[in-house]
Design a protein around this ligand. Structure first.
Ligand code: NAD
Length: 376
């Protein structure tokens, strides 16, 4: 089988194949091609791919036309499916809740579109889980970005000129990104508070040496995939009241609260921001899905009247593209390896398998995923 990895659009720094993952796929028996220069922005030069046995292809339409499997990071344009073979497998982020036209296009072109966001959150599928691998890096980098923007120190310092108190950091939403943000802020010496609507998280927060903020919201819970359930308007109001004081005393607030497939909850209001100290910073990791913070603007830094900087991040992991590509590419290669049949040197494409059932959206000319079937 032939695999081809495309160069991303100019605003994306990552690449979906690294020389290391390419070598692993070639060992399995795949022929691997890469659009020339695709790894340049993440510091994987063409020469390293060539050494690994990858064919460098200048013309992407040629690479696509020959490919049985396509690797990419960001969701494609509808027209990107045009030049693919029937039954070609296309692995990428697909943003399926917001791009029904992509699913229709993939189905009508007989492309097998795999949405990496829909990977089941199970132990077996963990090695293929791009949401986790990327959120982990984003959580780390949110703290680094904020530390650089803050006008104060993170760690406590006892100096002859007096003692500098440690920064107070409040992490709202403790999934994969939130846990890494807590760990990073702790490593930098901050004093960390955290909150999540899923009570099971309290233990994990404590194990990282942070304090869990207790707010009685009544029944909250999580879905069978481990995702938070949406709160009622009354619960959100109670949550805001419970968090306002913690925001007011924090130097840095990092929000990561998300609801899978739905807009992010607005957990920090303009009034709460107005109650924060001048010079404090908010990093809103949910900016792309509507934002957790009133006043967030995607890709922008807003300074409020009372001197609070709100950083509306999107795709923060792309700021550290070398490692983000390393783990993203490993996730995709792990999926191929998991379903690879060594004898026939093809994929065991069994749509009754729990993993494929979870992430394959189109096959055989139709939308096959139960959650999106009506959108075809
Ligand atoms: P996510 O990005 O969907 O959401 C981030 C966090 O926001 C979650 O912890 C969620 O509970 C929280 N949240 C939602 N609404 C909130 C609100 N109003 N206030 C505060 N917090 C709010 O989550 P994620 O990081 O993708 O993780 C989702 C779940 O999947 C977690 O339970 C995680 O541990 C689990 N997970 C399991 C595996 C696995 O077993 N393979 C892998 C990764 C994640």
């Amino acid at each position: 089988m032939r695999l081809f990895c495309l160069s991303e659009k100019p605003d994306e720094t990552r690449v979906a194949l690294t020389p290391e993952t390419a070598a692993k796929l070639i060992d399995l028996g795949l022929e691997v091609g890469l659009q020339t220069g695709a790894g340049r922005r993440s510091q994987y030069p063409d020469a390293l791919y060539r050494e690994a046995g990858v064919s460098l292809i200048d013309d992407p339409s040629r690479g696509l036309a020959e490919a049985d499997i396509v690797f990419r990071v960001r969701k494609p344009e509808v027209s990107d499916f045009d030049g693919l073979k029937a039954n070609a497998i296309h692995l990428s982020l697909l943003d399926p809740f917001n791009a029904p036209e992509l699913l229709e296009a993939a189905a009508s072109r007989d492309v097998r579109a795999v949405s990496m966001e829909m990977m089941p959150r199970t132990t077996l599928a963990q090695k293929m889980d791009v949401l986790s691998s990327q959120a982990n890096l984003a959580g780390y980098f949110a703290v680094i970005r904020a530390a650089e923007r803050m006008d104060r120190m993170m760690p406590m310092m006892m100096t002859p000129a007096g003692t500098i108190a440690p920064a107070r950091v409040f992490v709202i939403g403790v999934g994969v990104a939130g846990l890494q943000a807590i760990a990073t802020a702790k490593r930098l010496g901050a004093r960390v508070d955290a909150f999540d609507t899923r009570p099971v998280v309290e233990e994990q927060v404590r194990s990282l040496g942070a304090k869990f903020v207790k707010i009685d919201l009544g029944e909250t819970g999580q879905t069978d995939q481990g995702y938070a359930k949406e709160l009622t308007p009354e619960q959100i109001e109670t949550q805001r009241k419970g968090m306002a004081k913690v925001c007011a005393q924090s130097d840095l607030v990092i929000t990561t609260a998300k609801l899978f497939g739905r807009p992010a909850p607005r957990v920090v209001t303009a009034e709460m921001v107005a109650g924060m100290k001048p010079g404090s910073v908010i990093v809103d990791l949910a900016a792309e899905t509507g934002g957790n913070v009133e006043g967030t603007r995607v890709h922008e830094e807003v300074v409020t009247d009372n001197g609070v900087t709100i950083i509306g991040t999107a795709n923060l992991e792309a700021c550290i593209p070398h490692h983000a590509s390393q783990v993203y590419a490993a996730n995709l290669a792990n999926l191929i390896e998991h379903f690879w049949d060594k004898e026939s040197k093809t994929l065991n494409w069994d749509l009754t398998d729990e993993i494929l059932k979870g992430c394959v959206l189109t096959d055989g000319g139709q939308v096959v995923h139960e959650r999106f079937r009506t959108s075809s």
